[in-house]
Ligand binder design. Structure first.
Ligand code: PEP
Ligand code: MG
Length: 758
């Protein structure tokens, strides 16, 4: 059974579109379960469950039979969200007869809901003439099948939405994770690594004859390559291997794969897309063969496919034109891909993989580019050239937006521009409340690009310099001297303001290509201070570089990530002292910098007092602290809704840390994303945080809100918020107060609320 399950899911997964996926499901499930009927019903835009595929009922009924939730047996399954297993379907009060289906002869009925992310997408049904109840094993199998297929169907449905839009532009929404705040409206440009068969964007061609000539040219070039390769290897190859080269050449023949491709190009599809489709189809066919030798030929097809595709993309790559307001879309965007688009044309980013902590998201925040990450259901190759809206606040993407939605987002963009213009004037003003309570606003940095933006926006210091970023951009550990130069640049740029340098924080989702850490559970594994304490040579080189860089400037603080116990702090401190004394002996004129601890794990919250007593400052890393308190992976789009920064447990922890830190005379700051949320910043100020450190983009908004409120008002709000029992009520509470004060527009929560667009 497990094998059948796996092979059905695999086959469905590689289906070209929703209708072939559904066709595979009904055919294979019917065969495996040895029944006479298998059908799928899917919910349409109006909430009706429509018969979408059947093997056993009258095929003419497909698309013509539909039921509302609660209507008929299918609607009943959907409404109850659980299986219904009947020996005699006609005897059930909910039974409804549809003449078109020809189902009257079937007595037994088993229907199970198809549920994805709590939503009933449809119902999977099997039926049989024989009057019997399907046994427990059969029921369990169908439930398992349906649970596995739900994600695949959701994805295929999303793809289908876009394909249907080929004829009529139709607004569609895709969900991801907020990567960088802001809204961008523009044209999607799909970017993928060269010769990536699965990443070729769907494009049409204007001139079929030219496209055909171009395709034949590329095919000929690949044929020549293979011939040359064969010749070079001739003396070393045996008979069988030479035959393989001949087989390759035959495949590249105009009459073979070539003819299938030319047929598609003749219908107006671009050569690259047509070629990738044909190759992927053949690769799938070979991979599903039973014979091991033939199965291996899938790799040959793929190899050939890549060779030709590289030629097809080569010239296209050179003359690629990026439109104004390019929204760059890719399966896994990288920093170098961003570099391909002229800066003034790049408006927003969408990445299918990754999270708000991916390097590219950090870069996007530094550059102020609205970004959505982890858009796993986005059929990204189909979106090329379409108009899209990137909502980097909520993590949503809309393709082909209708006039109402477009207007709604244009208004948000206008407001944003107006806000930014208005906020420029704030640059020189202090961040203080109406009753003159000062709150220093610092920035989080990692690249030199951040420095310029930060200074432009009036940052008063750096609360977190992520030293892993220069490490991530290399193919080996940077030497002590290389590090010294990088750190010196940061310290000089901000002097005399303070720069808080965090020691290397790798592991978790941040892995260095040249120092791979592979673990089952990386967030609970070897990361942050755990890695560097196990590698004192790496830690010492970094600390020495930092100390040397600070010579004569004395504006540096050192901060330790992921500390979970006092002994880790003690061990790190003794290494820092060692490096400091060595450097003094070597003749450097340096001062011992303040040493601080990040509060990122629950254990550190409960030991904030002890940690504060042994350090100069605490800084809360609310990104990690939230994930560990709520047991929600900060990178996983599947549980993104549960990652609630306003969860009362998080707020209580934040409050406790500041009280405990202050009781020991330590300064307490926060450098997680929460500090850059204007509403949260008000609460953090009221809790008594000494420093708020955030991305440069949000800094002026936070300043605006704080300058328009009194400390007393903030404390009253905090008091009210701390009595709430869940994140939603906290949210409502904040929204109400900020709206009353006319500050809602600075929060980044588009006015009009969720209901206006969703
Ligand atoms: C945090 O965890 O809040 C933090 C600032 O560190 P990072 O996001 O780099 O893990
Ligand atoms: Mg962290």
């Amino acid at each position: 059974m497990l094998n059948s399950l796996r092979s059905i899911v695999q086959e469905v997964n590689s289906a070209r579109d929703l209708s072939s996926a559904l066709g595979i499901i009904v055919r294979r499930v019917k065969a495996v379960m040895k029944t006479e009927v298998c059908s799928t019903y899917l919910r349409d835009g109006t909430g009706q469950y429509v018969l979408m595929a059947t093997d056993g009922l009258n095929p003419a009924a497909v698309g013509n039979v539909s039921l509302a939730a609660g209507e008929g047996l299918v609607g009943h399954v959907a409404q109850r969200e659980e299986p219904i297993n009947l020996e005699l379907a006609t005897a059930h009060p909910k039974y409804q007869y549809f003449e078109a289906t020809g189902e009257e002869k079937f007595s037994s009925f088993l229907g199970v809901p198809i549920i994805h992310h709590r939503e009933v997408l449809g119902v999977l049904v099997i039926q049989q003439t024989e009057r019997r109840r399907f046994d427990e094993g059969e029921e369990a199998f169908l439930v398992t099948m349906s649970a596995q297929l739900a994600g695949v169907i959701a994805h295929a449905e999303a793809t289908g939405v876009l394909e249907r839009m080929g004829q009529h532009a139709h607004e569609a929404k895709f969900k991801g994770v907020a990567g960088s705040p802001g809204v961008a409206i523009g044209k999607a440009v799909v970017i993928s690594p060269v010769a990536d068969l699965r990443g070729v964007p769907y494009q049409t061609c204007d001139n079929v004859d030219l496209e055909l000539d171009f395709f034949h040219e590329c095919l000929a070039k690949a044929r020549k390559d293979v011939k040359n390769l064969g010749k070079q290897l001739e003396t070393r190859l045996n008979q069988q291997e030479r035959a393989l080269f001949d087989a390759y050449l035959a495949m590249l023949d105009d009459a073979s794969l070539g003819s299938e491709v030319t047929e598609r190009i003749s219908k107006g599809v671009s050569a690259a897309y047509a070629w990738s489709e044909v190759i992927l189809e053949h690769e799938r066919n070979f991979s599903s063969m039973n014979d091991a030798y033939l199965r291996e030929r899938a790799a040959d097809v793929r190899d050939l496919g890549r060779r030709v595709l590289a030629y097809l993309q080569e010239s296209a790559q050179h003359c690629r034109v990026f439109p104004e307001n390019t929204i760059l879309v890719g399966e896994e965007l990288t920093a170098s891909m961003l570099g391909e688009v002229p800066k003034e044309r790049l408006s927003g980013l969408v990445s299918v993989q990754g999270s708000s902590n991916s390097h590219v998201a950090i870069l996007a925040r530094a550059m102020g580019l609205p970004t959505v990450m982890g858009a796993v259901d986005l059929p990204f190759t189909q979106i090329e050239g379409r108009e899209v809206i990137v909502d980097g606040y909520r993590g949503s993407i809309y393709s082909d937006p209708g006039a109402t939605l477009r207007k709604h987002y244009e208004r948000i963009c206008d407001e944003e521009r107006e806000i930014v213009r208005g906020l420029e004037a704030l640059k020189e003003l202090p961040c203080e409340t109406l009753d003159k309570h000062r709150v220093p606003l610092w920035v989080n940095t990692g690249l030199m690009a951040d420095v310029v933006r930060s200074l432009e926006r009036g940052a008063e210091g750096v609360g977190l310099y992520r030293t892993e970023i220069p490490f991530l951009l290399r193919d080996r550990f940077p030497s002590e001297e290389e590090q010294r130069l990088i750190y010196r640049e940061q310290l000089e740029a901000f002097a005399p303001h303070t720069v808080t340098m965090r020691t290397l924080d790798v592991g978790g989702d941040k892995s260095l290509s040249y120092f791979p850490i592979e673990e089952e559970n990386p967030f609970l594994g070897w990361r942050g201070i755990r890695v560097t304490l196990d590698h004192p040579e790496i830690f010492l080189a970094q600390v020495r570089a930092m100390l040397k860089a600070s010579e004569g400037l004395n504006n540096m603080r050192i901060m330790l990530p992921m500390v979970a116990s006092v002994s880790e702090l003690e061990a790190a401190k003794s290494l820092i002292y060692r490096a400091f004394h060595e450097l003094l002996e070597e003749g450097f004129q340096i001062e011992l910098p303040p040493i601080g601890v990040m509060i990122e794990v629950p254990a550190a919250v409960y030991q904030a007092r002890e940690l504060a007593a042994r350090s100069d400052f605490l800084s809360v890393g609310s990104n990690d602290l939230t994930q560990y308190l709520l047991a929600v992976d900060r990178n996983n789009p599947q549980v993104a809704d549960l990652y609630q920064a306003y969860h009362p447990a998080v707020l209580r922890a934040l409050h406790q840390v500041v009280r405990d830190g202050h009781s020991q005379g330590a300064s307490v700051g926060i450098c997680g994303e929460l500090a850059g949320d204007p509403a949260a910043a008000v609460l953090l100020m009221a809790m008594g945080y000494d420093v708020l450190s955030m991305n440069a983009t949000n800094l002026p908004k936070v300043k605006k809100v704080i300058r328009n409120i009194t400390l007393q008002q903030a404390e009253d709000l905090l008091d009210e918020v701390m009595h709430q029992e869940d994140a939603d009520s906290v949210n409502r509470c904040l929204e109400r107060v900020l709206e009353r004060e006319g500050m809602l527009r600075f929060t980044g929560w588009p006015s009009g609320g969720e209901s206006a667009v969703h």
